[in-house]
Write a protein that binds this ligand. Structure first.
Ligand code: F6R
Length: 612
């Protein structure tokens, strides 16, 4: 969603900001803008991509060492030049960029209109610029105090960066609900929504927490609460490298990230599974194992692809550790009546970005009811990672493509390790079965490498189905969530309508859709559901559906029935999703490319969904 970049130092601020905004493009946006303060404020902004803003800056350059920039994902008011950020106050001396939503903007706006303020845009953000100006005038207070007073009146969420023409060497930033960090260089400071715009300049960052603000000047920075209490903030060292956030010769981030999975999975496993004695160590969970062992049930809360990995987790934990698991859409958790969450429950929040507003709200709800909350996040230092009692990082590396791929497989591996360790502690797994799964887990990077070799075949099949209007994905047991994930991947990047179903459900409705134009992807790799899957394939075949079967070398019974097959290496059933998802990721990628879609930034989507 919206992205913020700011700079204060001796470089050309517009350059740094444009480069930074490009790094944030993956978050999803529809307009972009920049404000540079060089004695006077200069603003350039436009609907469309950062490239468009760059062209405007070439025509009408702005120079200076202090500035703020923004990519906007429209919430209030359509994407257009006027609604793009930055927004100015009435006297045009205060200018700001904002992520999040000012929920009480309408009542604040009415008050300001009564005082004679007029509005140019339809955004909630513009209200804040006027409000700061009005407070400063009414109370005759400092810029900093006016920001504090204004933020005390605001209901909702914000990541904010503000400039004031009367204080030419200062940027004020503030955070509530929308991530913001401060990069600390040599005599220069960077502001960004995440670390990707900052990493090429410095690896030292300070993460702002909710209700905090930072006052950044050439002479240094200071962090305080909105209530004006000084905060002693830790400086974190980022481990991310610039190569990790570049395409390394791949045409798209998504393809790079799909092909990175052998590496991301070994990074996820490394140091956690000891190949010698097959023991599992998840350092972040040390203190919460007793809670997990005693838990009445485990609730998993997540959204989208992370929700699908949660569903795989449900099958894994129930099968291996015999604990009841409920997987909730994070956005719906709070509407369950009554949500009987208490201190005997454990909630696992899964989130690649660690910033998803719905997931954050679910974990806060569970925490407030006394549950132990555990995070499975990819982004180090993200809000969810910081607000949970304990957690495990997926170590998949930065995921830039909007469609989640390597984060999904890493989440499933973390859930597998949790399920196995819990099963061992509870004595619900035999030594032989434990050992079989661990040995396959250790071979996983190699097995994924093999699965990726089907890309050429995927390309051939994709060419035939590029213009199919619909797709159906069917799987059972551990592969049912993969069917959902395959369908989500296809629809989000190629805009083809696709649905995933537990295979047996097909005959309760979706079977009506099947005719010779309907491609049906069937996941037929599980030994314990094989016969039943074959029956489902027969049912599709009888109605002339086109069958694309994902098979394994030791399970080829479906091949004579299928129109096309994609083979993945043999693996123990519980780990099957980690290989069956690979051809589905590749197929959705290839079909989207064939259709000329913007694979890395699909329309209307955002990488980090920070609104509820
Ligand atoms: C799909 C996708 C989304 C995210 C969802 C949750 O490819 O990327 O469905 O999985 O928005 O995001 P995180 O995992 O960051 O909480």
């Amino acid at each position: 969603m919206c992205g913020i970049v700011g700079y204060l130092g001796n470089r050309d601020a517009a350059d740094v900001i444009i480069k930074g905004l490009k790094r944030l493009e993956y978050r999803g946006y529809d307009s972009a803008g920049v404000a540079i303060l060089n004695g006077k404020l200069a603003i350039r902004k436009a609907k469309g991509k950062v490239k468009r803003l760059e062209e405007i800056l070439e025509d009408k350059p702005v120079e200076g060492g202090i500035g703020i920039g923004h990519t906007r994902w429209a919430t209030h008011g359509e994407p257009n030049d006027v609604n793009a950020h930055p927004h100015q106050s009435q006297n045009k001396r205060i200018v700001l960029v904002h992520n999040g939503i000012i929920e009480n903007y309408s009542s604040l706006k009415k008050e300001l209109i009564k005082k004679g303020y007029s509005f140019q845009s339809q955004t909630d953000t513009e209200v804040l610029a006027h409000l700061i100006e009005a407070i400063q005038k009414d109370l005759d207070c400092s810029f900093e105090e006016a920001v504090q007073y204004a933020l005390k009146q605001v209901e909702g969420t914000y990541g904010l960066a503000i400039l004031n023409q009367d204080e030419p060497d200062k940027i004020i930033v503030a955070r509530k609900g929308s991530p913001l960090l401060l990069g600390i260089g040599e005599d220069e400071y960077f502001i960004a929504s995440d670390a990707s715009p900052v990493i090429e300049y410095t690896n030292k960052v300070v993460y702002l927490d909710d209700n905090e603000m930072a006052i950044i000047k050439r002479t240094g920075y200071e962090v305080k609460s909105i209530a004006n209490v000084p905060q002693n903030k830790k400086i974190h060292e980022l481990e991310m490298s610039i190569e990790q956030i570049e395409k390394s010769g791949y045409p798209h981030f998504m393809l790079k990230e799909i092909f990175e999975q052998p590496q991301s999975l070994s990074d996820c496993i490394r140091g956690r599974i000891n190949p010698e004695d097959q023991s599992i160590t998840l350092g972040g969970l040390t203190d919460v194992w007793p809670k997990l062992e005693k838990a009445n049930r485990i609730i998993i809360a997540a959204c989208g692809t992370s929700w699908h990995s949660g569903l795989v987790g449900e099958y894994l934990i129930e099968h291996l550790a015999k604990v009841h698991v409920e997987v909730e859409y994070a956005s719906e958790l709070r509407y369950k009546e009554p949500v009987l969450i208490d201190e005997k429950d454990v909630l696992i929040a899964i989130s690649q970005s660690g910033e998803t507003a719905d997931t954050l709200a679910a974990l806060r709800e569970a925490k407030s009811k006394g549950a132990t909350v555990i995070g499975i996040c990819n982004v180090v230092g993200s809000t969810i990672a910081r607000e949970t009692h304990a957690g495990v990082y997926t170590h998949a590396g930065p995921e830039i493509g909007v469609a989640s791929t390597k984060a999904f497989t890493a989440q499933v591996v973390v859930l597998t390790m949790i399920a196995l360790e819990l099963a061992k502690r509870k004595g619900t797994i035999s030594d032989e079965y434990y050992s079989e799964i661990i040995s396959d887990l250790l071979k996983l990077p190699q097995k994924v490498t093999t699965a990726l070799k089907e890309f050429d075949k995927v390309k051939e099949i994709s060419a035939l189905f590029t213009y199919a209007p619909n797709f159906l994905y069917l799987g059972r047991s551990f592969n049912f969530p993969v069917a959902l994930e395959g369908a989500l991947k296809l629809k989000e990047i190629s805009y083809i309508h696709a649905e995933g179903y537990p295979a047996a459900e097909m005959k309760h409705g979706p079977i009506a859709l099947i005719d010779e134009h309907m491609p049906v992807v069937v996941l037929t790799t599980l030994s314990h559901t094989n016969e039943k899957m074959i029956s489902n394939v027969q049912e599709v075949k009888a109605r002339k559906g086109r069958i694309i079967a994902v098979t394994m070398p030791n399970n080829r019974e479906v091949e004579p029935l299928a129109d096309f097959t994609l083979e993945v290496p043999s693996i123990t059933d519980v780990l099957s999703p980690l290989v069956t998802v690979i051809p589905l990721q590749l197929m959705s990628y290839q079909i989207a490319v064939n259709r000329g879609c913007n694979v890395d930034q699909p329309r209307n989507l955002a990488k980090s969904v920070t609104v509820e």
